[in-house]
Design a protein around this ligand. Sequence first.
Ligand SMILES: [Cu+2]
Length: 168
Amino acid sequence: MQTTILLITLVLMAATLAVILRALWATDGPPPSEDAPKTRTRMIWGLVVFGVIVSVASLREWPHTSAGSDAMVVKISSGQWWWDTDTTEIPLGQQIEFHVTSEDVNHGLGIYDSNMRLVVQVQAMPTYTNKVVHTFDTPGSYRILCMEFCGIAHHDMVSEFEVLEGSS
Ligand SMILES: [Cu+2]
């Protein structure tokens, strides 16, 4: 998936660069000053360097999508209007890779801590399994709420699990 996003971004960057080059080398308009070619070249290289820096900074492996080999997989399926998790106890400090899907319509998985602060979110989509990685560093009760209006009992899509110290 990351590779696909990277390739799409590079293609779009190339298209953007082509448009910029076309605009810079357009022959319409007032005659250019003598140092215009130098300025143009500097602008082009500046844009290329800027684009590469932005791409590298924003598209390298995202921490919430790359699980280590020792990550614990927790499967969560959903439907109108329920969540089904394959465990209700998650070990503290253990990297968790949530595999999230839906059996009917789109839902939004939101995991909230005991202060109702959102700590993880990902879309639950039919016929597709989204993955999101998180390591819980605070023990306690966590709630799963639906973040996308999915019908009359959307507000009832609530589930809970515990993050426990010393369990595995
Ligand atoms: Cu919902």
